[in-house]
Design a protein around this ligand. Structure first.
Ligand SMILES: *[C@@H]1O[C@H](CO)[C@@H](O)[C@H](O)[C@H]1NC(C)=O
Ligand SMILES: *[C@@H]1O[C@H](CO)[C@@H](O)[C@H](O)[C@H]1NC(C)=O
Ligand SMILES: *[C@@H]1O[C@H](CO)[C@@H](O)[C@H](O)[C@H]1NC(C)=O
Ligand SMILES: *[C@@H]1O[C@H](CO)[C@@H](O)[C@H](O)[C@H]1NC(C)=O
Ligand SMILES: *[C@@H]1O[C@H](CO)[C@@H](O)[C@H](O)[C@H]1NC(C)=O
Ligand SMILES: *[C@@H]1O[C@H](CO)[C@@H](O)[C@H](O)[C@H]1NC(C)=O
Ligand SMILES: *[C@@H]1O[C@H](CO)[C@@H](O)[C@H](O)[C@H]1NC(C)=O
Ligand SMILES: *[C@@H]1O[C@H](CO)[C@@H](O)[C@H](O)[C@H]1NC(C)=O
Ligand SMILES: *[C@@H]1O[C@H](CO)[C@@H](O)[C@H](O)[C@H]1NC(C)=O
Length: 393
């Protein structure tokens, strides 16, 4: 993702300038409940209608429009010393089925808040590289890598910065020339990823079946922060496209998120032993904050081992190490890369982790049964003794 640059002008004079990344999560209603849509402000976002440098009676406003009728608006106010974002408004178009499939409502909805926490000294740039979330009813906006100024005195952002508290309290970034060896922990944990269905259909019908939740764990050197950072990213099934190819001994599943990444899983079948395994993972991503595009490939993997005609299943979380900078965490996974019949998974072969998890209830159950037996025996012996004692009297 590239930081989006937005500029509001009055004639030739720039009054608001912002460079930022923004992620939005929007809760919306579908037939049987609610769903979460995840959007981010794309590079193609534009300064839209309603943007103004303001006047004595109108507050300056930056309206960023993007996609199919969505927008993010920031309305500024100031006093003698400070300026701040007075109101943040998000408008989203529920007719956009890319982000809101199966939405029960149609049309555009908008929400806003006055609690943005974004304020800076006049004539300085507000700087906040840390993720700063702003909550609204049904919508959360998280800004990162933000540099922004309103009421500008020149066309360029002021060199003087007002640094947000999150950045100030973060460990002081190391100089850019010597990347620190310490890794900044991800600021937010995204939780368990949603399970997606990813199938590959070849000339002979569906040849690869997969359902799984995927979480990517990346470590890279951030240019903005001048140090190694870690990013945990949940793959959003709604935002990726599955494709691939199936051969007799090699099958590939490709997941593509148009703007960001391409993740490939390649499975190999040994036709002698009739066993398959995940042999290669490759990952490419375009990121703003990194000097070179992120590229990882490892073709000597041996994960997800199964038997031809059967599926491999693992409900427990599994960590697939690709290299030191990239791992894939899988959740509630079932795959079958070869020998798929009628779009159905074959019999499932469970992973060791699941079997171990099954073992715990079995052991606990057995222990309880044993305890009951001991109590029963003790009772019977006790009863026999007291009975015997009674007879002697
Ligand atoms: C903006 O700048 C251009 C060229 O620099 C100039 O021709 C034009 O008159 C200016 N417009 C205003 C409103 O100042
Ligand atoms: C809601 O419907 C979707 C699609 O029809 C289905 O995948 C999902 O399981 C349903 N959820 C509930 C809670 O019934
Ligand atoms: C400006 O506003 C801030 C809070 O928004 C307040 O703390 C400060 O006292 C105000 N300054 C003046 C000069 O009014
Ligand atoms: C900001 O800059 C303008 C123009 O240089 C100046 O008039 C104003 O007093 C400055 N305000 C503050 C709070 O520094
Ligand atoms: C499709 O099926 C035919 C007959 O079973 C087989 O010869 C051919 O290799 C298959 N093609 C692919 C792409 O799997
Ligand atoms: C991500 O990877 C790092 C380094 O390999 C590891 O320390 C961390 O626990 C991982 N986090 C998750 C959520 O997998
Ligand atoms: C990265 O960006 C380039 C150019 O914008 C594009 O051609 C390429 O497909 C992108 N890669 C990924 C993995 O999205
Ligand atoms: C298939 O597995 C057997 C036994 O492990 C091995 O000897 C053989 O090299 C494998 N074949 C391929 C093509 O990997
Ligand atoms: C590829 O993965 C294997 C198994 O996880 C690992 O031992 C090896 O170091 C990896 N290769 C590279 C280049 O990271």
């Amino acid at each position: 993702v590239l930081a989006v640059t937005l500029e509001v002008k009055d004639g030739n004079d720039t009054c608001i300038k912002a460079e930022l990344l923004a992620n939005l999560s929007v809760l919306y209603s579908v037939g049987n409940g609610t769903r979460m849509a995840l959007m981010n402000l794309p590079d193609s976002a534009e300064v839209g209608k309603g943007s103004t440098c303001g006047s004595s009676s109108v507050a300056p406003m930056l309206v960023a429009t993007f996609g199919n009728g969505h927008s993010l608006s920031l309305n500024f106010t100031k006093n003698m010393t400070l300026y701040r974002v007075d109101t943040l408004t998000v408008a989203y178009n529920l007719n956009d089925s890319t982000f809101f499939p199966d939405s029960k409502s149609t049309g555009t909805e908008s929400v806003s808040t006055n609690l943005t926490g974004i304020q800076a000294q006049l004539n300085t740039t507000y700087r906040c590289f840390s993720a700063s979330p702003v909550a609204m009813p049904k919508v959360n906006v998280t800004f990162t890598e933000m540099r922004m100024e309103a009421y500008m005195q020149s066309a360029n952002l002021s060199k003087e910065e007002t640094i947000c508290t999150a950045d100030a309290s973060a460990t002081t970034p190391a100089p850019k020339t010597t990347p620190a060896t310490t890794t900044a922990a991800p600021t937010t944990s995204p939780g368990t990823p949603v399970q997606g269905n990813y199938n590959v259909t070849g000339s002979n019908g569906t040849c690869l079946l997969a359902k799984m939740g995927l979480q990517l764990n990346l470590t890279y050197t951030s240019t903005a922060q001048g140090k190694l950072v870690q990013e945990i990213l949940n793959v959003q099934p709604g935002l990726v496209r599955a494709s691939g190819s199936c051969g007799s001994t090699v099958a590939t599943l490709s997941l593509t998120d148009e703007l960001h990444f391409n993740l490939n899983f390649t499975f190999n079948l040994n036709s002698t032993t009739k066993k398959y395994h995940l042999g290669t993972i490759s990952f490419d991503a375009n990121m703003t904050d990194v000097t070179a595009p992120f590229h990882v490939v490892n073709n000597s993997l041996n994960y997800l081992r199964g038997t031809l005609g059967k599926s491999y299943m693992c409900s427990a979380e599994q960590t697939l190490l690709v290299n030191g900078n990239f791992t894939v965490n899988t959740f509630r996974l079932q795959v079958q890369p070869f020998g798929v019949n009628n779009n159905q998974f074959g019999a499932a072969e469970e992973c060791q982790l699941d079997e171990d998890n099954m073992l715990i209830p079995i052991i606990v159950g057995a222990a309880l049964a044993g305890l009951v037996l001991i109590v029963l025996i003790a009772y019977l012996i006790g009863r026999k003794r007291s009975h015997a004692g009674y007879q002697t009297i």
